[in-house]
Ligand binder design. Structure first.
Ligand code: 5AD
Ligand code: SF4
Length: 472
């Protein structure tokens, strides 16, 4: 049935999903759209005309909940206007704020119809149907489903419907058992769970069939992956780690690039390091959060590794794949962090040399151990963040500069601002701007890097006849 036919018989409903936070939420949002498609919902780009609005929320740092409440305030007016015009808008809140706040959302925002957690969104179609059964003007209370069900959500998700484009994401692992002192993830996303390797391989083949050239494997702690090994393999009945999974994905024809995020240093094993040596599709770029360079703070954070252990890990990756580059996450001002500790973080940054990094002021999250400790003064946090970001920005610029003159394979995934321009990603996730014809969209093409800025690089297509085989 075409979307026009659907509309004609009133089956076509508009779904708007606003996604906050991490890549995992981006992935979950695509799956929510897949789940609701059989009910006649198709994605639209704005909330104004939508028949259903989902806020897929994030709780990782401060003000997340307040942002959601203020958005819900805006949507209340929209929903009321819709009702006045004789229509109906279903309003749902999902993701980690929904998990953390639960019934509080229905109390503070009674116009919300559905509150659901990251582990219950496979039940969305049922919740929507139950909501729509009750007339809009009946004073019904919203539905709440934020438990951690025994059944695995992934078993209830339909096949991927929405095409994801040339660079796709695939969730392989969820939840986390690490309990870093500052982090809400173990509470909002629940215990660590890995999808069976066969499911991952099947979904990857489907994505490639639908046009993906690159797949990023997602997990809150992705390198803790330990999914059931496929039947008929040597390890059947046992488990595969991430390194083994990556080797198997490397066998899929047409899949040119593999990435994975986010990793914990404590869960890196030999199989993962050697995958970087042996699997050419695995990009030589790794996001490996270290959070701090001080052993005292790392212990207080319950990270279970030292700064030197992190340095040694980076060396192992560099030995396996000499052109490897790294990015990281940092938190400044964790409870107990002194100026001496912060200096150790700057030292670590200087030793490693990051191609890119994210850095944050520590923000107390309710219910986490660090939130109960004595807090570092706001001014100290702000000063440390500014100092750290200056060093990290310099390193990023330097890394981009170091690519000048190199020929890098670039996957063109979007048109540029002007006609005749395309934008793509280098192996190092840099945005690369190039004059190139539209036919190159979706292709991996060698590009000679000529210019470097803070956040992107620019280059020209490398037309030498032997250039196609060039790698980073
Ligand atoms: N405060 C500040 N940053 C945090 N992060 C996670 N929790 C907090 C917090 N309470 C950062 C970490 C993590 C990234 C996703 O967000 O650096 O790696
Ligand atoms: Fe949070 Fe990552 Fe630590 Fe897990 S490993 S608790 S997701 S910071």
């Amino acid at each position: 049935m075409s979307s026009g036919d659907r509309e004609a018989i009133g089956l076509s409903k508009r779904l708007y999903i606003k996604t906050y936070g991490c890549q995992m939420n981006v992935y979950d949002s695509t799956r929510m759209a897949d789940l609701l498609a059989p009910l006649g919902y198709r994605l639209v780009a704005a909330s104004d005309e939508a028949d259903m609005v989902i806020l897929n929320t994030c709780h990782i740092r401060e003000k997340a909940a307040e942002k959601v409440y203020s958005e819900l305030g805006r949507l209340r007016a929209l929903k009321a206007a819709r009702a006045e015009a004789g229509g109906r808008m279903v309003l749902a809140v999902g993701g980690c704020v929904a998990q953390a706040e639960g019934a509080e959302i229905l109390r503070r925002a009674p116009h919300v119809d559905i509150v659901f957690g990251p582990q219950t969104y496979h039940r969305l179609p049922d919740m929507v149907a139950r909501t729509l059964l009750v007339p809009a003007d009946a004073a019904a209370r919203g539905l709440l489903d934020t438990e951690f069900p025994a059944e695995a959500k992934f078993d209830f998700l339909p096949e991927m419907a929405a095409p994801q484009g040339v660079a796709a994401i695939l969730s392989v692992q969820e939840g986390c058992d690490k309990f870093c002192s500052f982090c809400v993830v173990p509470y909002t996303r629940g215990a660590e769970y890995s999808r069976p390797a066969d499911d991952v391989l099947q979904e990857a083949r489907r994505l490639v069939g639908a046009g993906a050239r690159e797949i990023t494997l997602l997990g809150q702690n992705v390198n803790a992956y330990h999914g059931a090994a496929p039947a008929g393999t040597k390890s059947a009945g046992g488990e595969w780690g991430l390194g083994r999974l990556i080797r198997a994905l490397g066998e899929i024809p047409g899949l040119d690039r593999l990435r994975y995020t986010t990793s914990h240093p404590g869960d890196v094993d030999d199989a993962l390091v050697t995958a970087h040596r042996d699997v050419p599709q695995l990009m030589p770029f790794l996001h490996l959060p270290v959070q701090s360079g001080s052993d005292r703070v790392l212990a207080a954070m319950n990270r279970k590794h030292t700064a030197d252990a992190y340095r040694r890990l980076i060396e192992r990756f560099r030995t396996a794949r000499p052109d490897m580059a790294f990015s990281s996450d940092f938190i400044v001002g964790h409870p107990g962090e002194s100026e001496v500790d912060f200096a150790a973080t700057l030292r670590l940054v200087g030793d490693i040399g990051f191609a890119q990094a994210f850095s944050f002021k520590y923000s107390p999250r309710p219910g986490t151990p660090a939130a109960q400790e004595t807090q570092v003064a706001e001014e100290a946090k702000a000063a440390r963040l500014a100092a750290l970001q200056e060093v990290l920005a310099t390193q990023q610029r330097r890394f981009n500069e170091s690519c000048r003159g190199r020929i890098l394979p670039v996957l063109f995934d979007r048109p540029g601002r002007h006609r005749g321009q395309l934008i793509g990603r280098s192996p190092y996730l840099q945005s690369v701007h190039v004059e190139a014809p539209d036919e190159q969209l979706g292709a991996v093409v060698p590009v000679r890097i000529l210019g470097a800025g803070q956040n992107s690089v620019a280059g020209t297509l490398d037309m030498r006849p032997d250039a196609a085989g060039v790698s980073a």
